[in-house]
Design a protein. Structure first.
Lengths: 170, 173
């Protein structure tokens, strides 16, 4: 009954239970953090806006993104990934085929890097399916996904509205 | 003569009893694992609620050997989310981030494009020949939970058969 195998088994089971419990507590402790992140995006310039030969609209723009996501970091945070999406405004939702496109994304590895600003053109191409983007309003949404060292992942966003595409191709 | 026979009988009965106990506890382990798996399938709505990350294409977020918990809900898929999808003709599901979502107004069908955080380009090269977009039925779920290193157990078991045999011998009755 008290052989080596039994004792090793009991010890292993106990160790794994404690480890699982610690992981659960670490994940739960994230709920105690109430973050207050802030972000701002400016569209500085529409670099080009044209209709491709196959009939799809393509837009290139220059963006200025500034954000302070320091409050998202806790001791259980491995990294925070951000995605800046362009999406249709509610009124034009039914005339615009494209629901969401990532314009830019990035990964913040540590709290020290979480306050930043960046001046960039869109990292991924913004191509609609169809050619009805002229004069359309759009929203920019900055999503962030908190990847924990262990446990539940968190996500949230800020929506910035009131942007408009030009009426003419350029 | 009498007490020797008694001893032999008692030893035999203990062995049979031990053997039965072992068989029952083994059965308990197998069935409880099955119950947990099926319950997770019901709760998460995903046909495989737990996946092991096999490649480094999502580093530094997810490394090889990490475990992801999936959830499949009716919510629309949004750009920026991490999804697990199955491509036709490939057995192993892939974990990547969504970068584009298009939706047809009339049918409500979605076209989704994905990319690995650690990859330079998008995933069109990984999709089936001539496939440009993922549809809803390709997607198995979105990642909601994360547990590091635990998946190494299954990776070692599947990729090093000798250890698997050794493990069987160690844990076998």
């Amino acid at each position: 009954m008290h052989s080596f195998g039994y004792r090793a088994n009991a010890l292993l089971t106990f160790a794994l239970t404690i480890l699982a419990l610690m992981c659960a507590i670490a994940s739960f402790s994230d709920n105690l953090n109430h973050p207050s992140p802030a972000a701002q995006v400016q569209v500085l310039n529409i670099n080009w806006f044209q209709k491709q030969p196959n009939g799809n609209d393509e837009v290139s723009m220059t963006l200025n993104i500034s954000a302070d996501l320091q409050s998202l970091f806790t001791w259980n945070t491995k990294q925070v990934s951000m995605t800046l999406n362009i999406s249709a405004d509610l009124q034009s939702l039914f005339t615009w085929n494209t629901k969401q496109i990532s314009l830019w994304d990035g990964i913040i590895p540590a709290k020290e890097n979480a306050k930043f600003w960046i001046h960039t053109s869109n990292k991924y191409r913004f191509i609609d399916q169809g050619s009805n983007l002229r004069g359309k309003e759009f929203n920019l949404t900055l999503h962030w996904h908190v990847m924990p060292k262990t446990g539940k992942m968190f996500a949230n966003k800020v929506v910035m509205s009131g942007y408009r595409l030009p009426e003419e191709y350029r | 003569m009498g007490w020797i026979g008694d001893t032999v009988d008692s030893v035999k009965s203990i062995q049979i009893r031990q053997l039965l106990t072992q068989a029952v506890s083994l059965g308990m382990i197998v069935t409880s694992a099955l119950i947990i798996w099926k319950a997770l399938m019901c709760i998460t709505g995903s046909e495989s609620p737990v996946v092991v990350v096999l490649s480094g294409s999502m580093e530094p977020g997810f490394k090889r050997g990490d475990i992801l918990f999936l959830h499949m809900s009716k919510d629309p898929i949004r750009a920026g989310e991490i999804v697990v999808f199955n491509v036709d003709g490939r057995e192993i599901p892939i974990v990547h981030r969504v970068i584009k979502v298009h939706e047809r107004e009339d049918t409500g069908e979605v076209d989704v494009l994905t990319k690995g955080d650690n990859n330079y380009g998008d995933d069109r090269l990984l999709y089936a020949q001539g496939q440009l977009w993922l549809q809803r039925h390709h997607i198995m779920g979105r990642a909601v939970g994360f547990l590091p290193y635990v998946g190494w157990v299954t990776i070692i078991m599947t990729e090093k058969p000798i250890i698997k045999v050794g493990f069987r011998i160690l844990t076998g009755p």
